[in-house]
Design a protein around this ligand. Structure first.
Ligand SMILES: Nc1ncnc2c1ncn2[C@@H]1O[C@H](COP(=O)(O)OP(=O)(O)O)[C@@H](O)[C@H]1O
Ligand SMILES: [Mg+2]
Length: 295
């Protein structure tokens, strides 16, 4: 494959922007692919810290993301619901090694776009419930995603970046619809920061624990809105090897740890809530959640 830019390992150049998130600016790459470029800005327009780009380019970071993807691709986690990300080594304008992140382009909306209430009277939860009741096949897939998310927590001690803005509703050529998760966050690094790296600041750990709490709440909400029955819970617990309340017990253990950090430090809980809401946000979802509370 040749390219018209030195060091750029693709025959097509990045085209129109198709979306952006906390981590990346996403652009067309030819008709079938997208390229995810480093987003240098935070959502409030300020610059990220100076080493952020460099860190995103290390062999270590790319290795951790690949390991994250391997974990999530297991059949007992997300399996086929993962839309694979690929990393291609090339060079930047200065000739330094650079990883280019690419992915097949999906046509279709994210669940976040789909869940926008259709009129003033419609609540978010009612829209969610109605959408999945009308699409039982997708409801089953959403339950699979919930159980895959729980399974990921049990395996690693941290959550994937699970929110509706990271799930696409895609259509196959034969018309079959499926839910695909297209965004990875570095779970391997988060796991190390939370459980291994004792030198890291308290606020990093609290941010991670805050994110875990938010995910637990989010999963509970979706569980309720989907109207998951006891029988369904049993069935999926079995399928995902989460019998005997394995997920619930894992959550208890982690949140107990969170309580212990708080007591040890003897910090008032309002301050802790504030700290965990302060920059650097972990990702777009945390930022959104913060903004929701702030406004
Ligand atoms: N493979 C893709 N095909 C089409 N659009 C995409 C694709 N990946 C991402 N996007 C668009 O770009 C936005 C941000 O992408 P995402 O991977 O979630 O970045 P971030 O990690 O910064 O959150 C998405 O909400 C979506 O609109
Ligand atoms: Mg995203």
């Amino acid at each position: 494959m040749s390219s018209n830019i030195e060091g750029f390992p693709f025959s097509e150049v990045p085209g129109t922007e198709v979306g952006r998130g906390y981590e990346s600016i996403v652009k067309e790459l030819g008709p079938n692919w997208v390229i995810k470029e480093f987003n240098p800005l935070r959502p409030d327009g300020t610059a990220k810290y100076e080493k952020a780009y460099e860190n995103s380019q290390t062999q270590k970071t790319v290795g951790e993301l690949q390991e994250t993807q391997r974990i999530l691709q297991q059949a007992t986690v997300y399996g086929e619901h993962i839309m694979p990300t690929e990393w291609v080594l090339g060079q930047d304008a200065e000739g330094n090694p650079k990883y280019f992140t690419i992915q097949k382009r999906f046509a279709g909306e994210t669940l976040k776009d789909i869940m926008v209430p259709q009129n003033e009277a419609e609540s978010y939860s009612a829209r969610f419930t109605k959408f999945f009741n009308e699409n039982p096949e997708l409801r089953t897939q959403m339950i699979e995603l919930l159980w895959g998310t729980k399974s990921a927590l049990v395996e690693t001690g941290v959550f994937p970046d699970f929110h509706l803005g990271n799930i696409a509703l895609t259509k196959e050529i034969d018309g079959a619809e499926s839910l695909k998760i297209f965004d990875l966050q570095n779970m391997v690094k988060n796991r190390k920061l939370l459980y291994e790296d004792t030198n890291r600041s308290l606020s990093t750990k609290l941010n991670l624990l805050g994110s875990i709490e938010k995910h637990v709440t989010r999963l509970e909400k979706y569980h309720k809105w989907l109207g998951i029955t006891e029988d369904e819970k049993k069935l999926f617990d079995q399928k995902y090897n989460l019998e005997n309340n394995l997920y619930e017990n894992t959550v208890d253990r982690i949140l107990t740890m969170s309580g212990e950090i708080n007591t040890e430090r003897d910090i008032p809980s309002e301050v802790l809530t504030q700290i965990s809401g302060i920059y650097p946000f972990l990702n777009e979802a945390e930022y959104n959640s913060y903004m929701e509370k702030a406004t």
